[in-house]
Design a protein around this ligand. Sequence first.
Ligand code: MG
Length: 255
Amino acid sequence: MTLHTPDEVDKIRDSCRIVFEVQQLLADAIRPGISTVELDSLAEETIRKNGAHPAFKGYNGFPASICASVNSEAVHGFPNNDSLVAGDMLSIDVGVLLDQYYGDGAFTLGVGQISEANQHLLNTTELALQDGVRSAQPSGRLSDISHAIQLRVESNGMSVIREFGGHGIGRTLHEDPHIPNYGSPGRGPKLQVGFVIAIEPIVSMGRPEIVVADDGWTTTTRDGATVAHFEHTVAITKNGPEILTLPKKETTTVL
Ligand code: MG
């Protein structure tokens, strides 16, 4: 676990602000008829305009600036030329590297009108993220976050996809510790001021089992169930968790 100085947290915050800007632009652009390749171009252009680099592009060979995962794709989908259609559920994950520090965030959005069940999946996953963030207290332990997420998801009859989870972040995109989205509370490292983590529940409306495609990346649910994914980069401060991937005033409303 890396402990960051306030200056280093500021640098991560600067990256995270670009993540937020990209997310806002993409959310405004998502509509039936647009393709995820178009969204990827918009993301890359916005990141580079800010003097930053798309953190995912070339990461272990990943080909794009965003992960774009539709419906039963859980994570790591490649942007493609297919037009999104009303009712689709699109998850977008975006990472930014600015001045040697990373920011990471993800959200899922319904394209046009979506079903009530899909709306419930969105709400539950977003609440699971909020529960996880709220559990990231300087007095607590890492698995408090895991437990809070699992409780929210499973009490709504949904499943946590267990192969993926949150992570430390800073001068590397993914660093220790891995943060499972399930488990008993009160375990793992003590959370400390200066610790920065990406918290990211990935939730299946059906069963949790996944299949990885031949491309080595695109991960779908085995049963075809729809998935939602929300992620914030969060700093542990003496006053509690601070969401770096939201502007400050929105941080206070969420918490
Ligand atoms: Mg992440």
